[in-house]
Design a protein around this ligand. Structure first.
Ligand SMILES: [Zn+2]
Length: 240
């Protein structure tokens, strides 16, 4: 049991160093991730707007052509109207004129709508482009900072992680599982607490004298009744 407790003390020490490394990086990893997601989202919206703008322009030019053709026909039919000799011819040409007029009118209305939409989209696209440039700039700065921090600490982190793995292999499963549960649940990451002037070093709850003796002997796996941390003797903690 002493050996297991000593391994736990080493494990806690490694986890403290790993926690310190992560704290040095602060919220940079989250900031970089958030910016990356925002760039992706903005790019998608921008693509959609650009596609819609292309479509609107295409439709507008097609209708402009139709309107031009209809105007030419209208002129042609209006000239013919003066030269007709029968009622049947007159009715037929009048009907053609009506159709051409409708095409011109509805076409012109649609052209105005499309021009409005295109203008609106141009404004949105400009805004999105400016925003995208800004967040891309932010991303580059933050990501470079993060990469630098990672480069500075990655050898140390790798070394600690390998060492941690070796310790975990030697720990009994239930002991490691208990440590890990407390380690993850507690904000300070302390699964192991040293006893300090008769109290748990994690939650400061007093420990009965009988238990203090058992802890000092390091022959048993003893938990703090208040916080669940694994209790070890303060002096043993320094011995490594
Ligand atoms: Zn405690």
């Amino acid at each position: 049991m002493r050996e297991q407790l000593e391994l736990l003390i080493q494990l806690q020490d490694i986890d403290n160093q790993l926690l310190e490394l992560r704290q040095e990086r602060g919220n940079l990893p989250e900031t970089v991730e958030r910016l990356r997601a925002e760039i992706e989202e903005t790019t998608q919206i921008l693509d959609t707007r650009r596609e819609e703008q292309l479509g609107a322009g295409k439709e507008r030019r097609r209708i402009e052509n139709e309107v031009e053709l209809a105007k030419v026909s209208l002129k042609k039919y209006q000239d013919q109207l003066f030269k007709v000799t029968t009622n049947r011819e007159y009715d037929a040409i009048s009907s053609e004129i009506e159709t051409a007029r409708t095409t011109v009118q509805s076409g012109e209305t649609r052209i105005i709508e499309l021009l409005g939409r295109e203008e609106e989209l141009t404004g949105q696209i400009t805004q999105l482009e400016t925003h995208l440039d800004k967040i891309k700039g932010d991303f580059e700065v933050r990501d470079a900072e993060l990469q630098e921090k990672i480069a500075e600490t990655s050898d140390l982190e790798t070394g600690l992680t390998i060492h941690r793995g070796k310790i975990v292999e030697q720990l009994a499963r239930p002991i490691y599982a208990h440590y890990e549960r407390i380690h993850i649940a507690k904000e300070d990451g302390m699964g192991v607490a040293r006893v300090y002037t008769g109290a748990c070093g994690g939650c400061f709850a007093a420990i009965p004298p009988q238990k203090l003796m058992e802890i000092a002997a390091m022959e048993d796996f003893i938990l703090c009744e208040t916080c669940g941390r694994i209790l070890v003797d303060a002096e043993s903690l320094e011995v490594r």
